[in-house]
Design a binder for this molecule. Structure first.
Ligand SMILES: [Zn+2]
Length: 191
């Protein structure tokens, strides 16, 4: 009939207009979720618009590893709320705890993929924040000694590295004789 109206929401029993703000922030389940994740990360989102909430998450200062995760949290919360809304719309049930669990698992998986070298990543968001903000890489050191080659032989030592793939890379090698004298060397940076 060419009359544009906002649909009734599926997220709560209040049958409010389904606006972005209602679905993703104002409804009690969304509000509880935001608060749960924000409190643990030391973020106060009281009285903010949706856009301000997202920006606050984006710019919240933290350890670089935690910041990268914090920036994704708003998307994860909203994505979970959207999935919950669709499940309910199509006749299913989706509780607060399920939604929270869904987000928690997603964050945990993301950290596993992004920081595969971190062992024993906690499962709870509160502990994830603590773990990442206190994270210090473990340095392993060992001493090595250059062993000269056999008589009338030479030894080549070489290495290379790459920043990203594809990315800026470089290699170098040197050739030494049995006395450790440098016979030849070459280094190259490939952009
Ligand atoms: Zn609602």
């Amino acid at each position: 009939m060419n009359i544009q109206i906002v649909s009734k929401c599926w997220c709560c029993h209040e049958s409010k207009h389904e606006t972005m703000t209602h679905l993703f922030l104002a409804t009690s389940i969304a509000n509880r979720l935001w608060k749960h994740f924000a409190t643990c990360a030391g973020i106060n989102i009281e009285g903010m618009h949706l856009q301000q909430v997202i920006t606050t998450w984006w710019t919240k200062n933290a350890n670089i590893k935690l910041m990268a995760i914090q920036r994704v949290v708003p998307e994860m919360i909203m994505w979970a709320l959207w999935k919950r809304r669709n499940t309910i719309k199509h006749g299913g049930k989706y509780s607060y705890n399920q939604t929270k669990e869904n987000i928690r698992v997603q964050i945990h998986l993301l950290i596993k993929v992004k920081y595969p070298w971190i062992q024993k990543i906690p499962t709870e968001w509160k502990n994830i924040v603590k773990c990442l903000s206190e994270y210090k890489p473990k340095l392993h050191a060992m001493s090595i000694r250059w062993v000269p080659p056999l008589r009338n032989k030479v030894k080549v030592n070489m290495d290379g590295a790459c920043r990203g793939n594809p990315g800026k890379s470089a290699y170098g090698f040197c050739i030494k004789d049995e006395f450790g004298n440098l016979i030849y060397h070459r280094e190259k940076i490939l952009v």
